[in-house]
Design a binder for this molecule. Structure first.
Ligand code: DGJ
Length: 722
């Protein structure tokens, strides 16, 4: 059990393998945050009494606001004297109210409670503490829900707001989680980006006052990922203290840090309050999406590995979670909209010869869609392109030895579509204003059940019409003209509802999420799809940064990565075919090129790459990921390694990104190996101990030219072999 409670029920301690989280009730009933950090060897009541000073001295009525101004609130509230960034704002009929929540009891649950339509971390672990706070005047109850995942050093928080009064109120700001850190020198790491340049790590000092990241695009976004880490200033990949926070949500979010006048640092995270006004009728309960907190005293790499373990074991679901994913070929960069049945069969035939296992037909197969201006919503096969429909096409693909997957964009409608002509009022918009188009399309209002119902009926009809085992669920514009109220959040719940129905009704379907590349790569989506398309930028050199940034939080097993043609369609860069294969290996592996039109030599290379994929897939998807110093640290290469849990195998991936003469000696200091074990390296005769490889380092030979790559496989030399 990772939760202990003092005899007088005033102190609550949550322990993971390496961390402790401590909360206390101050004498006046306010709930205070006392400690979050390296594990404390405590749990006895006298220790808690000795720590009670962390909750401040209490207040005299004449100066209550001074007390509130510095109290380490576990869940901050405005209107009284807490002037820092806070989690909750509520309006009664008369307007916004000052909130004063006081402790009102606790409950221990053997497992995590359901999140009412929201995705969440699950598992046999997950002992849960619920702390109740009550606001007397409004008869509102806030329940702070904490689930402890010991092995992964994770504490997962969500919050429930219950209206126990007789009249409705309006929630105008409900952030899920708040942490209060003592004064210190901290940096903030977030993942910023853009289309084609997703999730670049950005590190800066936390100074006085606020810094925030957010999305009000209706999706978690290319520009900012719902993740932040507050790290000690000296933290690097292997050492230092790291507090990671990741919102399990796919819509608008806000994450902020604030250094107070006294040097304490508060972090808050949750749904963005923009246009949010949720009516909470008497007797109703609102559940906010959960925040995963990871603590690591083993640096930033330690945080990433804990996120990966938690998400692989306790977030991603379905038969494909641990199963080897089929090597796929997607026709988008091969044909764009210009294809027909014959062309797809040709691709399938050649792909099968190379060992590829699935053909994915991308955009352009339905309605009369020949470009991006029409037909979204009309999910009927275009028989001019695909005579005989999906059934004939899929049968032909299967005869050629491949499984079949399909692209859809269920949340969207084209103005030129029968669906829009029938239901022009089904799009998201504001009365009296023309909704702007994005990529020629509108967003269907998935907050409305009747809209979802019709779209789901259409999706099912497609999936039942042929043997389709994979769906790429795309989403190519953000939300605008969203009315104030509940639409933003209900929209996200609507997307979750449909993906939940889809994966329940078609349990063997492999779902891959996508949003103009990686615009919705978040933990919420991972609950429904074990893999997400990482970026529309398939250039191998660009991908190195994108995948490295993505792996800050999300496991390699979740990253959709494909080998594409050169010159790359987006960047015009040419890289060796072998390098493109090595780079795509750090994810769910596939191809995105016209396999009928490339050189025979490249087709041979595909065969070899697929063998390598089969050989290393398990290690890459299940192993521990270590970022090694790379471009961002001033190197002329990118390098990472994956080590099996038992440390008997490892794979090093090295790509030269720049060539300079007489550059400094390149030594790669390996990580994560066993000091004692002897390792055999795939590219040399000698065996080397883990200790030497980590302390003296390794020279990588054979990747000297620009964009050349090298992979080195390490296996433990067993006693019987030495
Ligand atoms: C955006 C996706 O990211 C691409 O892979 C492709 O599916 C296009 N949409 C199709 O319109």
């Amino acid at each position: 059990m990772g939760i202990s409670i003092s005899g007088d029920s005033k102190y609550f301690q949550m322990d993971t393998k390496n961390s402790t989280y401590l909360i206390g009730v101050a004498p006046d009933g306010f709930l205070g945050h006392m400690y979050y950090g390296e594990k404390l060897q405590t749990g006895r009541d006298f220790d808690y009494d000795g720590l009670s000073w962390l909750l401040g001295k209490g207040f005299a009525e004449r100066d209550k606001i001074n007390f509130e101004d510095s109290f380490p609130w576990e869940y901050g509230m405005p209107g009284y004297g807490d002037f820092r960034e806070h989690c909750l704002e509520i309006a009664a009929e008369e307007g916004k109210e000052a909130l004063e929540f006081r402790y009102a009891g606790y409950e221990l649950l053997p497992e995590k409670p359901d999140l009412q339509g929201l995705p969440g971390v699950f598992g046999e672990d997950g002992d849960t503490l619920v702390i109740r706070l009550r606001e007397q005047k409004l008869s509102l109850v806030v329940e702070l829900v904490y689930s402890v995942f010991e092995k992964e050093d994770a504490i997962v928080k969500s919050v429930r707001i219950k209206n126990e009064g007789a009249s409705a109120c309006f929630l105008t700001r409900v952030l899920t989680s708040q942490v209060e850190l003592p004064p210190g020198q901290y940096d903030l790491i977030t993942l910023h980006g853009s289309w084609g340049r997703e999730r670049e790590p950005y590190r800066r000092e936390i100074g006085w006052d606020c810094q925030s990241i957010s999305s009000i695009r209706g999706v978690s976004s290319h520009q900012s990922n719902p993740f932040m880490a507050v790290v000690s200033r000296n933290a690097d990949e292997e050492t230092g203290t790291v507090y990671g926070m990741n919102l399990v949500y796919s819509g608008n979010f806000l994450a902020e840090t604030q250094m107070s006048q006294f040097g304490t640092v508060r972090g808050v995270m949750g749904i963005h309050p923009h246009q949010f006004r949720w009516k909470l009728a008497a007797g109703e309960c609102f559940v906010a999406p959960e925040v995963v907190h990871i603590f690591s005293s083993e640096g930033i790499g330690g945080m990433s590995r804990r996120f990966h373990d938690l998400y692989r074991g306790h977030l991603i679901r379905g038969p494909y979670r641990d199963r080897k994913r089929p090597v796929l070929i997607n026709n988008w960069e091969a044909t764009y909209f210009n294809f027909n049945t014959e062309k797809l069969w040709e691709i399938a035939e050649k792909a099968a010869e190379c060992g590829i296992e699935m053909l994915v037909m991308d955009d352009g197969w339905f309605g009369h869609r020949e470009d991006d201006s029409t037909s979204l919503g009309d999910w009927e096969t275009n028989e001019n392109k695909l005579p005989g429909g999906l059934k004939r096409l899929v049968e032909g693909v299967k005869e050629r030895g491949l499984a079949f997957g399909i692209w859809m964009e269920p949340e969207m409608v084209s103005p030129d579509s029968d669906l829009y002509r029938e239901h022009p009022d089904w799009i998201i918009g504001q009365q009296g204003r023309e909704t702007s188009r994005g990529r020629n399309q509108y967003v269907l209002d998935f907050s409305r059940p009747e809209v979802r119902e019709e779209i789901y009926r259409r999706i099912c009809r497609v999936l039942q019409s042929a043997d389709i085992t994979y769906v790429k669920w795309d989403m190519n514009r953000c939300l605008t003209h969203v009315p104030e109220g509940e639409v933003y959040h209900r929209y996200v719940l609507g997307v979750y509802d449909l993906q939940n129905r889809l994966t329940t009704d078609f349990p063997n379907l492999l779902l891959e999420n996508c949003s103009s590349g990686g615009g919705r790569f978040d933990a919420g989506m991972l609950y429904y799809s074990p893999q997400i398309w990482c970026s529309d930028d398939t250039d191998a050199i660009e991908r190195l940064r994108i995948q490295r940034g993505t792996a800050m939080v999300y496991p390699l097993s979740a990253m959709g990565a494909h080998v594409s043609d050169c010159p790359n369609h987006a960047t015009r860069r040419t890289t060796p075919f072998a390098t493109r294969g090595d780079v795509a290996l750090a994810g769910t592996f596939g191809y995105e090129l016209d396999v009928t039109a490339i050189a025979e030599e490249d087709r041979q290379a595909i065969r070899r790459q697929i063998e390598v994929y089969h050989q290393y897939h398990e290690l890459i998807c299940q192993g521990d990921y270590y970022r090694l110093p790379s471009q961002a640290e001033g190197r002329d290469y990118d390098c990472y390694m994956v080590v099996s849990k038992d440390k008997s195998q490892a794979l090093i991936s090295f790509v030269r990104t720049n060539v300079r003469l007489n550059y400094p000696e390149e030594r790669i200091y390996l990580r994560g190996l066993s000091e004692e074990k002897l390792y055999r390296l795939s590219d040399r005769e000698t065996t080397i101990s883990g200790s030497v490889l980590m302390k003296v380092g390794l020279k990588v030979n054979g990747a000297e030219g620009e964009y050349q790559s090298k992979q080195i496989y390490l296996t433990e030399l067993k006693d019987s072999e030495s």
